[in-house]
Write a protein of this length. Structure first.
Length: 85
């Protein structure tokens, strides 16, 4: 996986760890590109995105139930929190 790993590529714990490494690398290289680039704003966005992710899945007809967590869902929430307003 490269530095632009997508949540859709996360299938297991190993790929989730690689995804987290990719996010950290991305943040360290250009944290100004992240909407939520402080711990406080990131955690606030993480909370909001975790609450709203089912709506995203429903609106895009992805057939994913966010109430049944997967490594992919965790990755999507982390990615979403980096940009969520």
């Amino acid at each position: 996986m490269g530095n632009n790993t997508l949540p859709e590529e996360v299938t297991d714990r190993k790929s989730f760890v690689e995804f987290c490494n990719s996010l950290r690398t991305e943040f360290n290289a250009d944290n100004d590109s992240w909407k939520n680039n402080t711990l406080s704003t990131f955690l606030e966005a993480l909370e909001s995105y975790a609450n709203d992710i089912q709506g995203y899945y429903n609106n895009n007809h992805l057939g994913i139930n966010a109430d049944i967590p997967t490594w992919r869902t965790f990755a999507a929430i982390l990615r979403g929190a980096s940009i969520y307003e």
